[in-house]
Design a protein around this ligand. Structure first.
Ligand SMILES: C[S@@+](CC[C@H](N)C(=O)[O-])C[C@H]1O[C@@H](n2cnc3c(N)ncnc32)[C@H](O)[C@@H]1O
Length: 311
């Protein structure tokens, strides 16, 4: 029953691209690896791990990324290079978010939903020791996981950590940041493994609606925390339009004239523009500037939107 509804929704969202996406959701995927510049030379770290694990391939569009065969996952997670943080296991899709935000040294940056901190590490590395990075996480256990992870991976002292509700941050620090990453909590549809019998145990349309409510409040807060001229990268790992284009459409409508969408240029072929209509309703045409990453044997599905706060 849940599976039928889930698949029917996917077909509604992705149309003719759904069959390929569904096939990837029931297959093993290559393991994404990031050579962490905060813990040595990425080039050397990736070369070392490819000596330990056969079949590591560099990623043409990202100088610090590689993938390894699915069957090497256990060997990789037990590697001393992963243990000391020189190599970080992370999906290639996740690496697109900090890339699209394009943080420069000297900027004031906020990561609003940060744990376990994979993307915080990219932001810290991009600042090259100049500027300011704040990371917020609401859930206590995950906050401590974030703290430990950043220390293990060489970002201790580079990030100010706050255990707080991201929905309050915009009100407390209005107009402060040059760049904000909002990697929102979501229904995580793109992580569903259709081979598992309980894969959709926690999934429902009600949960999607609950997530969307929280995402709208978080995105409002992210925008409020951004200085005029600054930018917000909103992303999720779900296919649900209610948590993606509809969240962005909501803030564009509510904050008309205060915020706009920038085209996202992703260096990958497996992408589609965001939806401009859903279930018979027209959405703002500029939603075509958002991007949907389509799942492959190397990448999980993802959604990204780059918003610019108008001067
Ligand atoms: C998608 S995960 C972030 C993953 C992270 N960016 C990374 O790359 O490692 C979303 C995070 O938001 C946290 N979260 C949920 N509600 C929140 C809120 N109201 N304020 C801040 N963080 C929240 C969740 O606990 C979770 O750790």
């Amino acid at each position: 029953m849940q599976q039928t509804l889930f698949l029917r929704r996917l077909e509604e969202v992705l149309g003719p691209l759904a069959a390929a996406a569904i096939a990837c959701m029931g297959a093993d995927r290559r393991v994404g690896l990031w050579g962490n510049p905060l813990r040595g030379e990425p080039e050397e770290s990736l070369a070392s791990i490819s000596q330990q694990v056969p079949g590591v391939e560099r990623t043409p569009w990202h100088a610090q990324a590689a993938t390894a065969p699915p069957e090497s996952r256990t060997a990789i997670t037990h590697s001393p290079l992963v243990d000391c943080g020189a190599v970080y296991v992370q999906s290639l899709s996740s690496m697109l978010a900090p890339l699209a935000l394009g943080v420069q040294p000297g900027e004031e940056v906020l990561d609003l939903c940060a744990a376990p901190g994979g993307k915080t590490l990219h932001l810290a590395a991009a600042l090259r020791g100049e500027g300011y990075l704040a990371a917020v996480e609401a859930v206590r256990g995950r906050f401590f996981k974030l703290k430990d992870n950043l220390a293990r991976c060489g970002a201790e002292g580079l990030v100010r950590l706050f255990q707080a509700d991201g929905r309050d941050v915009g009100r407390k620090t209005p107009g402060r940041f040059d760049a904000v990453l909002l990697d929102a909590p979501c229904s995580s549809e793109t992580r569903v493994d259709l081979r598992q019998s309980d894969a959709l145990g926690y999934w429902s349309e009600k949960k999607i609606a609950e997530s969307a409510r929280k995402q709208k409040a978080l995105l409002r807060s992210a925008i409020d925390a951004t200085r005029p001229g600054g930018r917000v990268l909103y992303c999720t790992c779900t296919f649900a339009p209610e948590e993606n284009e509809l969240v962005v459409a909501h803030v564009l409508r509510r904050l008309k004239g205060k915020v706009g969408l920038e085209p996202i240029a992703l260096p990958i072929a497996n992408q589609a523009p965001g939806l401009t209509h859903w279930r018979g309703k027209e959405l703002p045409a500029e939603l075509a500037h958002t991007a949907r990453v389509l799942p492959t044997d190397k990448m999980t599905g993802f959604f990204l939107a780059l918003l610019r706060v108008i001067d």
